[in-house]
Design a protein around this ligand. Structure first.
Ligand SMILES: Nc1ncnc2c1ncn2[C@@H]1O[C@H](COP(=O)(O)OP(=O)(O)OP(=O)(O)O)[C@@H](O)[C@H]1O
Length: 353
């Protein structure tokens, strides 16, 4: 494993936009730094330009005039994919179905003229790292989906790329397997220390894997930050609603108070934003006795999720708030409850058009 570590290259994307031949503007000019060894996740809804950005980094797509891609400070915009030293894994496996696991993993090494002995050693190391021991001599068409994705990963990193590009690699797998592989992938990426750019539309995948997340919206970068920054301090309603559950409340602000459906809520920070909406995460709202609480409402529905329960609470004027309560709280539809929100849990966001 140690022989694999520390191969990451830094990536600098400068003013890279993309307009396709048919006039589709897939990506507005974007500038982005990715540090050596960092895992950066490109997250966003379908069609927002994630894959296009990844393909520009890979060398599969040329950016519009003026855009540049630099690896370790060197301009490689005109360098073809096979000379960029990148490893790639896609949602569809793109493995050679009739070849064995070992031959697939060693393919890139073989065409680069790596000796058989060295190849065997590297393959053995990767078979262990990706948990596919015992399958070395199976053909790809004799493997499960999860096993195939492990082989695809092993093959992508076998050539010791400076940059690993992953496009929705877990999307085709069922939920339980996806969760397990996500954890394994996380450990693998940390162990290898390769700079990784990971495309997904799944916010929990993005939060678990990313050192930083780039949230994309309609071909533009909506926000870049660590998973915690994106979750706790989203800059816009779009980001707040894309990552995690969010109560978005359009409410008046009066003298440092937010006027909420069931009462008045003190808020921190600049309460003089002229037009704003408030975001409150469901797990930051506490259920308390109805009597003394500044906010109250009637439970509309209760969904038991296991580790917690999600309540929908109807306040005055029929506005609904989602509340994630501990699974030990007794809550029944129709009951009146009090709610307590810490002022710093209310985030004001600019209201959008
Ligand atoms: N070769 C192409 N020619 C024309 N338009 C394209 C081409 N490739 C992609 N697009 C368009 O560019 C936009 C961005 O596509 P892209 O594949 O980057 O999105 P994405 O965020 O990766 O979406 P998904 O999650 O669905 O893969 C989309 O509107 C898409 O239809």
């Amino acid at each position: 494993m140690s022989a694999q570590a520390g191969h990451g290259a830094s990536v600098h994307i400068e003013a890279c936009g993309k307009t396709f031949a048919d006039g589709t503007r897939a990506l507005e000019p974007a500038t982005l730094e990715i540090a050596r060894g960092e895992t950066l996740v490109l997250l966003g809804p379908s069609g927002c330009g994630k894959t296009t950005m990844l393909r520009i980094i890979a060398g599969l797509e040329v950016p519009d005039t003026g855009g540049r891609v630099l690896f370790d400070g060197k301009d490689i915009t005109a360098v073809p994919i096979e000379r960029r030293n990148v490893g790639m894994v896609f949602q569809s496996y793109a493995l050679f179905p009739n070849m064995t696991v070992c031959d697939n993993i060693g393919y890139g090494l073989k065409i680069r003229g790596v000796s058989e002995k060295e190849r065997a050693a590297r393959i053995a190391e990767l078979v262990a790292l990706t948990n596919i021991s015992g399958l070395e001599n199976r053909r790809i068409d004799q493997l499960s989906g999860g096993q195939r994705q492990r082989v695809a990963l092993a093959r992508a990193v076998a050539i010791r790329p400076g940059i690993l590009l992953l496009d929705e690699p877990l999307t085709a797998l069922d939920a339980a397997l996806r969760d397990r592989l996500r954890g394994e992938l996380n450990r693998l990426l940390r162990a290898l220390g390769i700079t990784t750019i990971y495309v997904t539309h799944d916010q929990s995948e993005a939060m678990e894997l990313g050192d930083r997340i780039v949230v994309m919206e309609k071909g533009t970068i909506a926000q870049i930050g660590t998973p915690r920054e994106i979750y706790f301090t989203p800059k816009s309603r779009f980001v707040a609603e894309f990552i995690g559950a969010a109560n978005i409340v359009e409410a008046a602000i009066e003298n440092g108070y937010l006027v909420l459906p069931g009462g008045r809520q003190p808020i921190d920070g600049d309460a003089n934003i002229p037009a704003a909406v408030a975001m409150i995460r469901p797990e930051t709202i506490r259920v308390v006795e109805a009597g003394s609480a500044p906010l109250s409402g009637v439970i509309d529905s209760v969904s038991f999720i296991g580790d917690r329960q999600r309540l929908v609470v109807r306040g005055a004027s029929n506005r609904l708030l989602t509340v994630d309560a501990p699974n030990t709280v007794q809550a029944r539809p129709g009951e009146r409850i009090g709610l307590s929100i810490s002022p710093d849990a209310v985030r004001l966001l600019p209201s959008e058009n």
